[in-house]
Design a protein around this ligand. Structure first.
Ligand SMILES: [Zn+2]
Length: 469
């Protein structure tokens, strides 16, 4: 095993060990928090240094790295490489078969970088002031590093398992391709078939240096595009025409982009806002207790757009296309809308409503597939053994925080698992709002202390659900 000379030990090990000992199922398997943090940070740094910008991905380099780490600990693994150079890797620790497997997964690829806007080399894994910087430091190599660390600890501690624990590090999450999750589920399902899965997506929040809540994503909005097509008569730019396609499109875009679509709650978001109210300052708590109130909606739209989006199918204009020359009125004009649907949305009806809002016979609303063609998937349940274990793990590692079920507004590969009946939960290394903005942005980073905390959290949840009592 590879170890760092200087351990950035931050977690209070004694407190954690005491908390862990209080839970009967995990008392035999307490983690050395400092050592596991150091090792996870080391893995993360190694992973960040492997450039897997997608496109083109080149994830096989990550898969080979993980293969060698697993091999050095005596764990067999299998490389899945449906597209040359774009490998995923899967490994399994066997249980006694009493329960169906648990899958822990993360993705190997990262979004591209614009180096001009970074203050550090995005692939150097620079550590500074307790932070680790680099593309993928948060999304999603931290998850891969934490999963790897927990997987190795289960093996080293010889934790007797009541169910198999499967490790998966997957290619091609950021840009769907034949190397990604759709193919893995389709072609290699027997290798990952499971009852529960833990994946990215939770969005745990750090405020004032402390974890405020651990988000557990049980549902996600569905990316579904639409196009607005405006038509009119073309002509010379010197003569105004009332049927100008550009003018009609612009008016339609304005109506679509400012439409307050109907708001409603589901099991996940209802629990999210109820619990969030209990840990928020009075003014915000009042909002969260009355989220469907029109005045509250207005506040959220301006101050908490993320929460505003969680309450509805959202419509966001993102691209415009019209005209070739400044003095020619074009006969057509088009806009692209990013529509993120609630899991139970009837999209046909929704597009009819949108057409009604636009109310212009010159503008058509046309359904359009986006690059993110996730399958519709039922939300995962809150009343499962896995959700309870995550909640318990949170109480162990961060008793003052809270577990909030979350519906993510973005999409993850958990959808592919949910369509197969898997109860999939999105979790993640706790981060501040500012760190959250670095995801897919510039100077992406995470706090190494939070990665250490997350490893303890994950280890606790996994052992509760998978270890023999
Ligand atoms: Zn991701």
């Amino acid at each position: 095993m590879i170890r760092r000379a200087a351990f950035p030990v931050v977690i209070a090990i004694s407190v954690l060990a005491a908390a862990v000992a209080a839970h009967p199922q995990t008392k035999h398997f307490s983690l050395d928090a400092g050592q596991s943090q150091a090792e996870a940070v080391h893995f993360l740094a190694d992973l960040v240094r492997i450039d897997t910008q997608d496109p083109p991905g080149d994830e096989s380099k990550v898969a080979r790295y993980i293969e060698s780490v697993l091999k050095s600990e005596g764990i067999d693994s299998e490389i899945l490489e449906p597209v040359p150079g774009r490998a995923s890797i899967v490994a399994r620790l066997k249980g006694n078969g009493k329960k169906r497997p648990l899958l822990i997964m993360g993705h190997e690829d990262v979004v591209p970088v614009d180096r001009a806007h970074w203050t550090v080399d995005p692939f150097a894994a620079t550590e500074r002031d307790g932070m680790l910087y680099g593309r993928g430091a948060s999304d999603d190599k931290a998850m891969v590093a934490a999963n790897l660390e927990v997987f190795l600890q289960l093996k080293r501690m010889k934790v007797p398992l009541a169910r198999d624990v499967i490790f998966l590090s997957e290619a091609s999450e950021e840009m769907s391709s034949p190397a990604g999750m759709a193919t893995i589920v389709d072609r290699y399902w027997d290798k990952i078939d499971c009852e529960f899965a833990l994946n990215e997506g939770g969005g745990s929040l750090v405020e004032n240096g402390k974890v405020k809540y651990f988000g557990v994503a049980t549902a996600e909005k569905l990316p579904r595009g639409a196009r607005l097509e405006a038509t009119g008569s073309s002509g010379h730019g010197s003569v105004p025409r009332v049927d100008n396609a550009v003018t009609h499109l612009a008016a339609a875009v304005a109506k679509a982009g400012t439409w307050d679509t109907p708001a409603r709650l589901n099991e996940t978001t209802r629990a999210f806002f109820e619990r969030l109210a209990t840990i928020s300052p009075p003014e915000e708590a009042a909002w969260y207790r009355n989220v469907l109130d029109a005045k509250v909606q207005e506040e959220l739209k301006h101050k908490k757009p993320q929460y505003y989006s969680m309450l509805r199918t959202s419509v966001v204009p993102t691209m415009l296309k019209a005209g070739l020359k400044s003095n020619v009125i074009p006969p057509t004009a088009e806009a692209t809308l990013d529509i993120r649907a609630l899991p139970d949305e009837d999209l046909g009806k929704f597009r009819e409503m949108l057409a009604g809002i636009i109310n212009d016979p010159q503008v058509k609303v046309v359904a359009e597939d986006t690059a993110l063609s996730m399958p519709p998937a039922p939300p995962s349940k809150l009343g499962t053994e896995m959700f309870a274990a995550l909640e318990h793990a949170q109480k162990e590692v961060s008793p003052d925080a809270m577990t909030l079920p979350v519906m993510t507004t973005g999409a993850t590969d958990s959808s592919f698992l949910r369509t197969k009946g898997v109860q999939a939960y999105g979790i993640g290394v706790p981060r501040t709002e500012e760190e959250g903005r670095g995801v897919h942005g510039n100077d992406e980073h995470i706090e190494t202390k939070q990665l250490g905390l997350f490893v303890c959290y994950l280890f606790s949840a996994v052992t509760q659900v998978a270890a023999q009592p």
